[in-house]
Design a protein around this ligand. Structure first.
Ligand code: J5X
Ligand code: AKG
Ligand code: FE2
Length: 348
């Protein structure tokens, strides 16, 4: 029997922002600097979709997708299952509490430890089968509906992800399916996020800045206000304004590596609101366990040395949870060719 921990603070009934959640630096204010950058909307039925999706990945690494083919009904159902989970009493949710060293579970994310303040959000991570965590929460059989919905949602998003990856690969000049199909795994991680209304939103943060350790991340969100912001420069953030019927897609570190640095990982964060309770349902798709992720052979060659060494997804997740923002740098390869060139340039 697990009891509510003394440290568990219920965001849903809070009427003031505790110190542990209060950010002091101005970068965490809720006024997004919109700047000239707008988030591209990619229509998957567009005749020029390869070019458009490719350029969106290349420029920002984040875009909205419409005509994505994911049935509205599945999106409604994951939304209602997530709401059903988050509205449970704290001690019931805590039965699926994440234990240190594990990815699956309810509670602060692996990245929280890199930030000095807590995030104004609740998260439930499912990596692999949902059965174990869900039946811990609902021991009386209430987990089946949750698990079925999670599986269907993930299957539908997987199809979309594979389709988009194919388009992006073609943009990069990798035409043959056999050259990229092996990247597609059967399952990714599902991250359910709840951002309750916050008594002092300007001084709180829903989720701190990070890039995802994925090929592509696909997310569905509730409401019209949004909260997700994409980094567009030093201390410059663009709000990803929701568009009805669209899903958000962003490039993660694995695709960045495969593209040999051509497609940037989208760094993003989440701000919160005083009145609006937002939810997001995030599919973090990686590669199958045995796949070595490295710059694609077709994208390296004379004058284009590989920028990164090979890693498996799990190996990379391990690195990421240890050093977060330095993870990519730590697998960067120092190429002799590049060094020679820079010496030559220096001498000229
Ligand atoms: C499969 C994944 C991907 C994880 C770790 C594990 C399960 C949860 C994912 C997230 C979700 C929230 C941001 C992030 C940065 C985090 O802290 O947990 C993600 C991380 C990553 O993309 O690196
Ligand atoms: O809630 C969001 O919009 C983003 C969440 C996110 O970045 C994540 O779960 O990795
Ligand atoms: Fe993310």
């Amino acid at each position: 029997m697990v009891s509510v921990e003394e440290t568990h603070f219920d965001l849903n009934s809070a009427n003031a922002l505790p110190d542990t959640y209060t950010w002091l630096t101005p970068q965490n204010q809720s006024q997004p600097s919109q700047g000239p950058v707008s988030i591209p909307v990619i229509d998957l039925d567009d005749i020029d979709v390869i070019d458009k999706i490719g350029r969106a990945c290349e420029v920002l690494g984040l875009f909205l997708v419409i005509n994505h083919g994911v049935p509205e009904e599945i999106l409604r159902r994951i939304e209602s299952e997530a709401r059903r989970f988050f509205s449970l009493p704290a001690d019931q949710k805590l039965r699926a509490k994440r234990i240190p060293g594990d990815f699956t579970g309810y509670g602060p994310l692996p990245i929280s430890k890199f930030f000095e303040k807590k995030f104004w959000s609740e998260g439930f991570t499912i990596l692999g089968s949902p059965i174990k965590p869900a039946s811990a929460v609902w021991p009386d059989g209430g987990h089946t509906q949750f698990c079925d919905t999670v599986n269907e949602y993930q299957q539908a998003i997987l199809k979309l992800q594979a389709r988009m990856l194919g388009l992006v690969m073609r943009y990069l000049g990798i035409e043959d399916e056999n050259d990229w199909l092996h990247y597609i795994g059967e399952k990714g991680a599902l991250q359910l996020n709840s951002y309750p209304p916050c008594p002092d939103p300007d001084r709180a943060l829903g989720l701190g800045a990070h890039g995802d350790s994925t090929l592509l991340t696909v997310l569905h969100q509730t409401g019209e206000k949004g909260g997700l912001q994409c980094k567009i420069g030093e201390d410059q953030w663009a709000l990803v304004t929701p568009k009805p019927g669209s899903l958000v897609v962003n490039v993660g570190d694995l695709l960045h590596i495969i593209s040999n640095g051509r497609l940037p990982t989208a760094v993003h964060r989440v701000i919160v609101d005083a009145d609006h309770h937002r939810y997001s349902f995030v599919n973090l798709w990686g590669t199958p366990p045995d796949v070595k992720v490295m710059p694609h052979p077709k994208l390296v060659g004379p004058g284009k040395p590989p920028l990164y060494r090979a890693v498996t997804w799990m190996e990379y997740l391990g690195i990421k949870t240890k050093i977060l923002n330095e993870a990519l740098d730590s697998i960067r390869v120092h190429e002799n060719l590049g060094d020679d060139e820079s010496i030559q340039n220096h001498n000229n």
